[in-house]
Design a protein around this ligand. Structure first.
Ligand code: DCP
Ligand code: CA
Ligand code: CA
Length: 367
């Protein structure tokens, strides 16, 4: 039976979540921004809706530049709220998990899935399943997504990218090579600018040319292991299975301070929301943690961490806060540089219901 692998990617995710919350935004260019807090507009665009993209505004663009490009178009400039998008993502992933055989989340807005068994390897049936996934997400969250179906992860991923936004691209096994062949090699999963340049220098521009490349020559240029992957990817025969999402082993939050400082109380004050968020994560997954770590990125961008491991697991904001405060005080005392960014990590996660018998799973330290 032929495998049926899917890849799902939510469309302009953060910006679409904002549009759902306020539908009047749909008429305007929307940019969701990460403000670094240094000067009024310092920071970058996390993502933008398609109206803004048409005006040349994409992820990663400095906010100042984005505003310039959107001048006169009545743009909506929105501050990124990671917790908000994460909550939506978690609901969607939980829903998806019920609809497919195996779900492997690979990012906040995307996942691979396997529906070989439920479709019986029949791509017409698989299409119906993918359509109901799209409908379900739309019904539950009013969000659109793009899905690709194919016989491997590489093919499925290219499929979800092929007709964005709102696309469903089904590539049955017999159409694999006609779909892959004309694509530029840079489109393949795992092929970045460096590999693209290497391949182009070898005269390999399209996926077809990569599939036909001399294996020995390919190995000489990119190494044996990567050459084998590239050949498999180019022929849609990459065999990587979809692996069910692993349980998280840690949660963390890191922020950029409003100003550089070595004052632990000031750092903790700005981390308050982050600590509450971490405690919320622990509570909602019925976990507590054995280790709390304080992370400081100094003005010279070097990183310092300090960890404390408890006899019995903790999960309340008050404890984490006071332990973190003490650790930041220690960290501040060991350096003559100020903190630029600060973060908290909780690890050694343990299920609240059964802490004693789970002690064997606890991980040491978080350094
Ligand atoms: N993101 C970010 N910074 C980036 C890229 C992305 O913060 N440089 C965030 C915002 C996006 C989310 O991750 O909404 C998902 O990233 P995608 O690359 O999937 O981009 P989008 O979902 O925004 O758009 P697309 O419709 O192209 O998938
Ligand atoms: Ca996306
Ligand atoms: Ca994505």
């Amino acid at each position: 039976m032929s495998r049926v692998i899917g890849h799902i990617d939510l469309d302009y995710f953060y910006a679409q979540v904002e549009e759902v919350a306020d539908p009047s935004l749909r008429e305007r260019p929307v940019i969701v921004c990460v403000f670094s807090g240094r000067t009024v507009d310092s920071g970058a665009v996390a993502t933008s809706n398609y109206k803004a993209r048409e005006l040349g505004v994409h992820s990663g663009l400095p906010i100042v530049l984005a505003k310039k490009r959107l001048e006169g178009h009545n743009p909506a400039v929105i501050r990124m709220e990671h917790e908000k998008y994460e909550a939506v993502s978690e609901r969607i992933m939980a829903d998806l998990e019920q609809m497919v055989d195996v779900l492997e989340p690979t990012g906040i807005d995307e996942a691979f899935f396997d529906i070989t068994e439920s479709s019986g390897g029949d791509y017409a049936k698989a299409r119906t399943i993918a359509e109901s996934v799209k409908n379900s997400i739309y019904k539950g969250e009013h969000l659109t997504c793009s899905i690709g179906l194919g016989r491997s992860k590489v093919v499925a991923k290219l499929g979800s990218d092929a007709l964005k936004p709102g696309g469903l691209t089904v590539i049955p096994p017999e159409s694999t090579s006609s779909f892959l062949d004309p694509l530029p090699v840079s489109k393949l999963y795992g092929v970045g600018p460096k590999t693209t340049a290497t391949l182009n220098e070898m005269g390999i521009k399209t996926v077809r040319q990569l599939a036909d490349a001399d294996p020995g020559e390919l190995e000489r240029h990119v190494g044996k292991k990567f050459a084998a992957y590239l050949t498999a990817a180019a022929t849609g025969t990459d065999a990587d299975p979809v692996v069910a999402g692993l349980e998280p082993t840690q949660f963390s939050r890191i922020i950029t301070l409003k100003r550089d400082t070595r004052d632990a109380a000031e750092a903790i004050d700005q981390l308050s929301k982050g600590i509450n968020y971490l405690c919320g994560k622990l509570a909602s997954s019925s976990k507590s943690c054995k280790t709390v770590s304080a992370i400081a990125i100094l003005t010279d961008l070097s990183a310092k961490t300090k960890s404390r491991t408890f006899e019995s697991p903790v999960g309340d904001a008050g404890t984490i806060r006071s332990v973190a405060l003490a650790m930041f005080e220690d960290l501040g005392g060991t350096t003559d540089k100020d903190f630029r960014r600060v973060g908290i990590r909780v690890s050694g996660l343990t299920q609240v219901e059964d802490q004693t018998s789970l002690s064997e799973f606890l991980r040491p330290g978080g350094n």
